[in-house]
Design a protein around this ligand. Structure first.
Ligand code: GLU
Length: 588
């Protein structure tokens, strides 16, 4: 399946020179070293007149840019970007995973969303992640193997949205990824570092061992040229046969076999789950913040609701005057996040299965009531951070869940010549997903985004596993609208920290008027559950003392965002890629 050589392919040397910052590679490996104080490089700003792509890997961004340059639209470019990302950044997203797309359609002037989230197999029960004694499994014991694999959604999302809104011929959109897969691509420093960091866990199953390690068991090195003929073949099949060729037939059979025969931890995914998988177009969830409409992904993602709640609470304070280097700003932002997370934990899940009070959670009166809890001038005590009582369409009560999310994932943004905007977050959940590989791609472990426990104090948890249900996500692909026109598209990977990363980028852009290259690079200060996480090696560390004296426990460490943003201005497009990863913004 693979051939490694140390030489560089000449066709790739041009692509490598597209890396936005010479520090990007260094930063990528730094981001893997927990607790090392390295700081964040400044990001570059790309400028373009007509179209632009910002994505986590230069080869993927270039593939999208080339589609746009040939007259393709943003949806066409999305297919090219995703198919290359699945090859060059396989640990983060791909054919075996799921995605959320927030889309601004220039011809209708509307923002809509497409849900390509994985589903729980029909044979799954709420006890999927409990052991024989009824206790929740250890997270990694649940992740590695077939048990955590949900029905993949990404391929169907690409195909259906392309059939509806694409312009270029479907089959040709896979050409760049097929070429890279069969001729080989240069392994990036970040991929090499992550493979090495994974070590034995990635050797649990044969498919992954054979692909990411050489015959002597040594991990891939940065600069190795890696081929993936199985992936090329899978893409040729999808190019010729569309999504059906993935959800039925030989590929589907191989996925099911890989999941059900995973040694030690088999899963219950079936051919029927794949054949019946549907993507869903859903209304965008929007909140007005300081006269702008911030639109994103509703359930099964908690993204737009939680980001919206944070902003809706903060709207009651003058953050602009307080400024970014002020502990009072971070007290307000941190406690707004904690309150949003308390509501998220109780109320948010797949609304096709459980009702959620989305309107109530985002109602201005409710959020100003939540904001008044912050009048204390001190950090909220633990007891004061509980879920609120938003208005419901009808009464319901849920117990609090305990879903754990660890970071991988990828976010990209595309603006085309017609002004269509793609803001898509795409994932296989954990880095390298379930560690199971078939047909050249990794299978997701998205089902571990469900709450492992089914009940809290006898009350069912909203985000418990149920057959056919989609696990709650934190992914927050966002488009900010001004007077009905798109102004900024942004999003990030980062597990449940995504919500804080995106909310912070929006506050930086809207309240502190920072340019795109600053909102993606700005130091992170994130508070989900009480402890304040401060980004090592940055000015965020200066906030440690003042935040401690306000009553917070603080923790300094590395942060793993991958924010990609494009701003649409009257004179053109401005884009930037998070210097913590290897991304780039490219346009013309
Ligand atoms: N699976 C997570 C979610 O859907 C994302 C994981 C990540 O960002 O690393 O929220």
């Amino acid at each position: 399946m693979r051939a490694i050589s140390l030489g560089l392919l000449s066709t790739l040397s041009m692509a490598s020179s597209l890396i936005a910052s010479p520090l990007a590679a260094q930063q990528a490996s730094d981001a893997m070293a927990p607790e090392r104080a390295t700081g964040v490089a400044t990001a570059e700003r790309a400028e373009a007149k007509t179209f632009m792509v910002a994505a986590a890997n230069p080869l993927a961004a270039a593939a999208g840019r080339d589609v746009l340059a040939r007259g393709g639209n943003a949806i066409d470019a999305m297919v090219a970007v995703q198919s290359v990302l699945g090859l060059v950044e396989p640990q983060s997203s791909g054919l075996g995973g799921g995605a959320f797309l927030v889309y601004y359609d220039a011809s209708s002037g509307k923002v809509t969303t497409f849900d390509g989230r994985e589903t729980a197999p029909m044979e799954a029960t709420p006890k999927l992640f409990l052991d024989d004694q009824g206790q929740p499994l250890k997270f990694m014991d649940a992740v590695v193997g077939g048990r955590s694999v949900g029905t993949p959604g990404t391929v169907k999302l690409l195909h259906e949205v392309h059939s509806k809104l694409g312009k270029a011929e479907w089959a040709g959109l896979f050409d760049p990824a097929i070429k890279l897969a069969s001729e080989g691509f240069e392994v990036s420093p970040r991929l090499a570092t992550l493979v090495a960091a994974e070590g034995d866990r990635l050797k649990t199953y044969e498919g992954t061992t054979g692909y990411f390690f050489d015959d002597a068991g040594a991990p891939l090195q940065a600069g190795n040229v890696l081929k993936n003929e199985d992936y090329a073949q899978t893409l040729r099949t999808i190019a010729a046969g569309g999504a059906n060729a993935f959800y039925e037939g030989a590929i589907a059979e191989a996925i099911v076999k890989t999941v059900r025969e995973a040694e030690g931890n088999p899963g219950v995914l079936s051919l029927a789950d794949l054949a019946n998988y549907r993507i869903k177009e859903r209304e965008a969830v929007c909140l007005t913040y300081r006269a702008l409409d911030v639109c994103g992904m509703g359930p099964p993602s908690s993204g737009a609701a939680a980001v919206g709640q944070i902003l809706g609470i903060l709207e009651n304070f003058d953050l602009r005057n307080l400024g970014p280097r002020n502990p009072e700003s971070w007290r307000l932002i941190g406690d707004a996040q904690r309150l949003a997370f308390a509501d998220r934990e109780r109320y948010l899940a797949d609304t096709d299965f459980v009702p959620a009070p989305i309107k109530g959670l985002l109602a201005k009166e409710y959020l100003s009531g939540r904001a008044s809890l912050l009048d204390t001038k001190k950090a909220l005590s633990k007891d004061a951070v509980t879920a609120g009582e938003p208005t419901w369409d009808h009464a319901l009560l849920f117990g609090e869940g305990d879903a754990i999310e660890l970071p991988s994932t990828s976010h990209f943004v595309i603006v085309d010549a017609q002004g269509n905007v793609v803001s898509m977050t795409t994932t296989i959940e954990n880095g390298f997903g379930s560690r199971l590989m078939t047909n050249g791609f990794l299978l997701n472990n998205e089902l571990t985004d469900f709450s492992f426990k089914t009940h809290a104090d006898g009350i069912p948890v909203a985000n418990r596993v149920e057959p056919g249900k989609r696990p709650r996500s934190s992914m927050s692909p966002t488009i900010v609208m001004k007077d009905g026109k798109p102004l900024l598209a942004v999003g990030s990977p980062g597990g449940s920290q995504i919500i804080g990363y995106v909310a912070q980028a929006l506050v930086a852009y809207i309240d502190w008027q920072m340019p795109v290259e600053e909102i993606v690079a700005m130091p992170h200060l994130i508070n989900r559950f009480g402890t304040y996480d401060l980004e090592a090696g940055t000015w965020a560390e200066e906030m440690a003392e003042p935040l401690q004296s306000l009553g917070y426990e603080v923790k300094v460490g590395e942060m793993n965002s991958g924010l990609h943003a494009i701003e649409l201005t009257p004179s053109g497009l401005l884009g930037s890629a998070d210097p913590r990863r290897e991304g780039v913004a490219l346009g013309e």
